[in-house]
Ligand binder design. Structure first.
Ligand SMILES: [Zn+2]
Length: 272
């Protein structure tokens, strides 16, 4: 897997016979106290390797577009104007990447939070993707399709177990961050890419200390177990990760680092 081109809001990776486009929706700042130890208490101190911006952690917000040239899938959609104004660049990112909104027929969501589902509706209130046919989401998270998301509710396909979304992408339930949290295993001639949603929120800390959890993980023990299992799985050859909150463009390889930790090696340098 390798970077072939990029711009301010997108990055294109060649992944064997597939193309993976990372799309930058923006960022969100969160207080460091959201990081939790195994007793659900804020961490006593953060290592110097964890950067802060005005005292906050800055989480990148990314989505990913996977295509074989004919068939495509958009995984997550950013926040649009449903949350902080530091997000909502997904449609610009698609434009920049030369992807037409009308060509997005299938969307797969990792979970129900605003920074993942909000982009189904454009800031003007219209449906963001006029030719959308299906929206995959873990069944336990499907109740989010009310109110602002009501116009697209009929397109929802609830996932209730490992399911092939298409012949290249398999949905795998990974409850913990939310009950319906789902990752997507993308398989190409070059290996596997796990698009793992909110398995990690603070990459500068949680690879080195994968037991460190996040206040907004609905079930922290379950989220921790899922994170450890996925990191271990990613150490296999020809395995790559793409994360919603890894530093944009958010694609890398995972290696073991000592007995308890892991390291993330980005395939493209993180953008500032
Ligand atoms: Zn998120």
């Amino acid at each position: 897997m390798r970077l072939t081109s990029d711009g301010p809001h997108h990055a294109v990776f060649e992944f064997g016979d597939l193309k993976v486009v990372s799309l930058r929706d923006g960022y969100v700042d969160m207080p460091p106290a959201r990081l939790r130890d195994e007793n659900n208490r804020p961490l006593d101190e953060l290592p110097d390797t964890v950067p802060l911006v005005d005292g906050n952690l800055r989480l990148s917000v990314n989505a990913f577009f996977i295509t074989d040239g004919t068939r495509s899938l958009l995984i997550d959609t950013g926040a649009s104007n449903a949350w902080h104004s530091t997000m909502g660049s997904l449609l610009d990112a698609l434009d920049e990447a030369g992807i037409h909104r009308a060509d997005v027929t299938d969307v797969a969501l990792t979970h129900r939070h605003e920074d993942h589902v909000g982009g189904l509706i454009a800031p003007d209130g219209a449906e963001a993707f006029p030719a959308l046919q299906r929206i995959w989401i873990g069944a336990e998270d499907a109740s989010v399709f009310t109110g602002r998301l009501e116009p697209v509710r009929d397109l929802v396909v609830p996932l209730t177990g490992p399911v092939a979304v298409n012949d290249r992408v398999t949905a795998l339930p990974t409850p913990g961050h939310t009950d319906g949290h789902t990752i997507y295993d993308v398989s190409s001639s070059a290996g596997h890419l796990l698009v793992w949603g909110d398995t990690v929120h603070v990459p500068s800390l949680q690879f080195d200390q994968p037991h460190a959890s996040w206040e907004l993980d609905g079930d922290q023990s379950q989220a921790r177990r899922a994170r450890l299992a996925l990191m271990e799985r990613l150490t296999k050859p020809h395995h790559y990760v793409a994360g919603a909150h890894l530093d944009f463009p958010g694609v890398g390889r995972v290696t073991r680092n000592g007995d308890d930790g892991y390291s993330l090696e980005y395939l493209a340098p993180p953008a500032p």
